[in-house]
Design a protein around this ligand. Sequence first.
Ligand SMILES: C[S@@+](CC[C@H](N)C(=O)[O-])C[C@H]1O[C@@H](n2cnc3c(N)ncnc32)[C@H](O)[C@@H]1O
Length: 249
Amino acid sequence: MADTLLDYETEAAHYDETRGGVPRAEAAAGAVLRLLPPGARTLLDLACGTGLVTERIAGTGLRVLGADAAHAMLRTAAGRLPGRVVRADARRLPFPDASLDAVCAVWLLHLVPYTGEIVAEAARVLRPGGVLAVTVDKDAAHDVGSDIDALLRPHRSAAAAHDLAGRGGARAAAHGLAPAGATAFTGHGQGATPRGTARRLRAGHYASWFRGDAVTTDTLAGALAALPDQDRPRADPEYRLVAHAKPVP
Ligand SMILES: C[S@@+](CC[C@H](N)C(=O)[O-])C[C@H]1O[C@@H](n2cnc3c(N)ncnc32)[C@H](O)[C@@H]1O
């Protein structure tokens, strides 16, 4: 986790404008809202980051809280949602058992190797009937059908190993959660470029699913560098969000 957090401590300053800004945040917030259980009044945005998505969910009248582990991200979030964000690791939340109607996590699970612990903790804080809504298969959503995708896809065998989709919901089921719907949202401004993808590959940003050695990395980065239009973003991705509900006894 240290590397992940280090990235976000330094990325906070330019996170919003490099991740699709308000259009992406509005699309993500809309997707979360579509998956909420009827009558939901409280929601925790897990790994709320700068709070750009959280703020949009909060604009609907729900009581919305945010939690994130990175100081710098949280500072921005605190400006947007004063008194409603807390610094916390997603595996140890400072909320009582069965105290929330919904928990969402946008763009968290693909980053970490301990999805099971996060799901268990979310299941603990959800009330019976409550819903956990998470993005899945984030990296695999990129550039579907593009020339970049054609190069990366063969290396994505373990792509979803860390998120809920990767185990067909088994991780959620293991913590007593049952499938409760799915939706998608457009990652505005998130279309990848060949140059950026090669840079991210070399920098280890795809470590959660790319297991290639140094030679494979070089070969793949070389193939990306040979693609045309090095700085032209490919199509905006469609990200998947799935919901799992805590059964009512
Ligand atoms: C890709 S950002 C997503 C932020 C926000 N959900 C959004 O969509 O704009 C990932 C966030 O996860 C946070 N994070 C990573 N590991 C975490 C953990 N174990 N507990 C809490 N937050 C974590 C990072 O600090 C970062 O803010």
